[in-house]
Write a protein that binds this ligand. Structure first.
Ligand SMILES: *[C@@H]1O[C@H](CO)[C@@H](O)[C@H](O)[C@H]1NC(C)=O
Ligand SMILES: *[C@@H]1O[C@H](CO)[C@@H](O)[C@H](O)[C@H]1NC(C)=O
Ligand SMILES: *[C@@H]1O[C@H](CO)[C@@H](O)[C@H](O)[C@H]1NC(C)=O
Ligand SMILES: *[C@@H]1O[C@H](CO)[C@@H](O)[C@H](O)[C@H]1NC(C)=O
Length: 362
């Protein structure tokens, strides 16, 4: 007995060391989880690259770190009262058994604790059939994750990402009411709204105003409270190569089928706002505004002589949607993603960047 105890005593510190990583912040208080909630969420996806230093932190409430973990970002966010949350992604077909879910959830909670983080954003964008076992497994996974995080990390936040509409977009037929009830709020990805197009194969806006709003109205009408919804806006656009570009700006595109629809935005290429801003000034059309869809676009000719049409969002199109989010009493707003802007320290870039952050809070 004595011998055994002696050995354990020797082993324990070695085992315990990696779990209790020292707080990386200058002030150890900054390793404490953020408590409480602010009136209006500003939810930022960070994909890495270190541009977070130049975000406008005035309104940021949560940063979801989809890039590598950066302890400096955690300390900085905590100093500004903002949460930092993990990315959660796992194949739903592996989460059918309660034991499998428990194991995955325990790993996420441990990782979050080790990194002094404040929750998790679950980003499972998988197709799910209403009649499959995945349908309930997904809702259970989110519910159990929320319970485990709330228990283990006081004040923590668990959120789930959903498509722009609850209408089985990209065959994601989820239990939306169940999911919204199961977590703190859902982040509605109001972009990629042309992933499935049954009409003509033409270039269209990434996040047109009416289509965006109709998604929220559908979520609310099905019984989800507006305070369970955070609006996601795109800080990127789509560049389409036109097979033919007509005088009245109709850009026909290659049919790329997606989940049963004959055309898709997969025919285009996603471009961050900083590239768009560089390109629009030298484009042949300059920035144009589509009155009906309330979205800007421009056209250019590439080195091979092909015409392109680029649809995007700018401070004006975003502020219209942000105004709706406020009037409709949504929980907040956010964007994919914070690193899309030009954070160069020049007057032109600073003005562009500031206007994009400002548009979130009209
Ligand atoms: C391109 O559009 C014009 C009308 O704007 C039409 O006359 C022409 O036939 C079209 N070309 C192709 C290849 O579709
Ligand atoms: C960002 O801004 C700088 C300075 O205005 C400019 O030189 C650069 O081309 C811009 N674009 C990107 C993608 O960095
Ligand atoms: C957008 O919605 C408004 C109000 O419902 C309507 O008047 C307008 O025609 C719609 N625009 C489009 C492009 O559907
Ligand atoms: C950040 O946003 C606040 C409030 O909207 C604004 O007053 C401030 O000028 C912005 N800061 C920067 C650096 O853009």
């Amino acid at each position: 007995m004595r011998l055994l105890r002696g050995r354990l005593a020797l082993l324990l510190p070695l085992v315990a060391l990696p779990l209790a990583a020292a707080c990386p912040c200058g002030d150890p208080d900054l390793c404490r989880p953020i408590q409480g909630a602010r009136e209006f969420e500003v939810f930022v996806f960070d994909v890495g690259g270190g541009t977070w230093r130049f975000y406008n932190w005035t309104h940021i409430t949560t940063v979801a770190t989809f890039g590598a973990y950066d302890p400096e970002l955690m300390c900085y966010a905590h100093a500004r009262g903002a949460r930092v949350v993990l990315k959660g992604d796992v194949p739903v077909e592996k989460m059918l058994e309660p034991a499998a879910r428990e194991l995955w959830i325990t790993q996420q909670v441990e990782l979050a604790k080790k990194q002094y983080m404040d929750g998790i954003n679950i980003d499972i964008e998988q197709a799910v059939n209403r009649l499959s076992p995945e349908y309930d497994a997904l809702t259970n996974l989110v519910k159990e994750t929320t319970d485990a995080f709330h228990r283990a990390i006081p004040g923590s936040q668990v959120t789930f990402d959903v498509a722009w509409s609850p209408a089985c977009i990209d065959q994601r037929c989820y239990n939306y009411i169940g999911l919204a009830n199961a977590c703190d709020f859902v982040f509605v990805m109001s972009y990629d709204e042309q992933s499935q197009n049954w009409g003509e194969c033409i270039a269209r806006p990434n996040a047109p105003y009416n289509k965006t709003v109709s998604g929220y109205e559908d979520y609310i009408n099905m019984g989800i409270h507006p305070k369970k919804l955070v609006m996601g806006v795109p800080w990127y656009g789509y560049d389409y190569t036109c097979l033919n570009l007509s005088k009245d700006h109709i850009c026909s595109i290659k049919p790329v089928p997606f989940h049963g629809a004959p055309c898709s935005d997969a025919a285009g290429r996603q471009v961050p706002y900083k590239i768009i801003m560089d390109q629009v000034t030298s484009s042949i059309s300059g920035s144009q505004w589509d009155e009906e869809q309330e979205a800007p676009y421009y056209e250019y000719k590439d080195a091979l002589g092909h015409f392109h049409q680029v649809w995007y969002d700018d401070p004006w199109s975003i502020s219209l949607k942000a105004a709706y989010a406020q009037q409709r009493g949504l929980r907040g707003i956010g964007m994919w993603n914070g690193d899309c802007l030009n954070y160069s320290r020049t007057a032109v870039a600073e003005q562009q960047t500031e206007a994009m952050w400002q548009a979130l809070i009209p």
